[in-house]
Design a protein. Sequence first.
Length: 111
Amino acid sequence: MPSRRSRIRTALNALPLTMALTIAGAVFTPNLARAGAEIVTDAPPPPDRVEHAPPPRDGYVWGAGHWEWNGRSYVWASGTWVPERRSAHWVAARWEQVGAQWHYIAGHWER
């Protein structure tokens, strides 16, 4: 029986090039979107929700909630505890307007 990879290759050869490349990208590079792909949209984010941070927790900082874009609309991601890094400070996730577009800046550590 042919390997999974050779079956996929055979199926891709039967498709138009652009469709084959799209499918191959999804099959062979599934972590690409998680590897820091830029998120940009023309739709401005809604106003942030009011979220009350819980009392301080030893060894953690509070990462405030923020709006995330799912490709069609915004969804709220509630705040969460982030393990502390002693030599850096936490920068909360945010949206920045650049011209007519909105760019997502993920929460991250800065020194």
